[in-house]
Design a protein around this ligand. Sequence first.
Ligand code: SAH
Ligand code: SF4
Length: 414
Amino acid sequence: MTQTALMPIPGPIDPVPVARAITPRADGRVDLIGLTKPQIAALFAQAGLDAKQAKLRAKQVFHWLYHRGVAEFAAMTDIAKAMRPWLAERFVIGRPETIEAQLSSDGTRKWLLRTADGHDFEMVFIPDADRGTLCVSSQVGCTLNCTFCHTGTMRLVRNLTPGEIVGQVMLARDALGEWPKGAMDVADDPDVAEYTADGRLLTNIVMMGMGEPLYNFDNVRDALKLVMDCEGLGLSRRRITLSTSGVVPMMARAGEEIGVNLAVSLHATNKAVRDELVPLNKKYGIDELLAACAAYPGASNSRRITFEYVMLADKNDSDEDAHELVRLLKRHKLPAKVNLIPFNPWPGAAYECSSPERIRRFSAIVFDAGISAPVRTPRGRDIDAACGQLKTSAEKKSRAELDRLAAEQQAAPG
Ligand code: SAH
Ligand code: SF4
């Protein structure tokens, strides 16, 4: 396994992400997953094909990779037999490595995955009667340290690459056995997904796994473009939701360049409490955040912004909080729905979940004001797959310990 340098950790309030170079593969081959058609064509041209051949082969390979989900060049039957070993010598079709797959008693599945350079992260699939939702990670850990989130206690972070992000969706399709069998059988209209909600398939994606997707903007955008490409994975943008803790400066670009549904982790209605729960609030406050939501391109009454609100006993769950939440959303004239998330406990957490009665009352107040406020049923709690419980055991070493190990390694002769 290749050792990668530790990423410098910025402060909790203004955690500018530091992109880290990806360790190249030891065998020198290039992983095609995460690349666009023109990028694949450019690689084929570099490897010696003439421009026309490179473009044609890239189109074929792209289809096999993202639309059919094949994991070997040998299976690409419309590519000349002699060409397939040529491809295999130079390129690979990567998937994140599966370290462990767990199944909850409620049908939720959780995968512990590993990058080629040895970092662990998680992905969760939540089947429902009318849909199947894949919860995708954008980073290993998170720099933002929200106090109620287990992932926020993970210190070791790197951004996942576009290949590692789209690779999660591909791995889920592998595991669920749902790659299409036919040829170019995609709908022309990008808003009409080929995959319909029938309860068994992966129909929806939420960027709500580990990490803050808007602190890994380019990679998340590039990966989601492949997911939405009707010649690629072909999932409608209306079935994809990106959740942010409130990275205000990136929200307009998210709307313009990705165009998926937006979810915002609000969690509090006043500065003091939100500063505590979501320290990023000290940088981008509630009013600024809600103004950015009101300006979010594409938000409308038919495409509402979801406000996530974790229910913490005696912290943010009073009747007054519920009324203030309604006032805030109305003041900013937001096409909003509220998603109440019962707090999922984890070892050492400083909070407790509000009582079911309190959550019902809070929900009723918001509903009575004309804003939908369903309570999210916790899923996969028995395998630590529920919101905010994701944290890989490999990351248990403290940051200080990791820094010391890295310094020792650098100091070591040879
Ligand atoms: N970083 C992004 C997306 C990942 S977190 C964000 O913060 O929005 C996905 C959702 O789970 C967020 O709304 C987050 O606040 C919530 N969450 C985190 N920890 C939780 C916990 N212990 N219980 C319930 N929800 C939690
Ligand atoms: Fe990061 Fe989201 Fe967890 Fe906050 S809630 S620490 S932003 S993953």
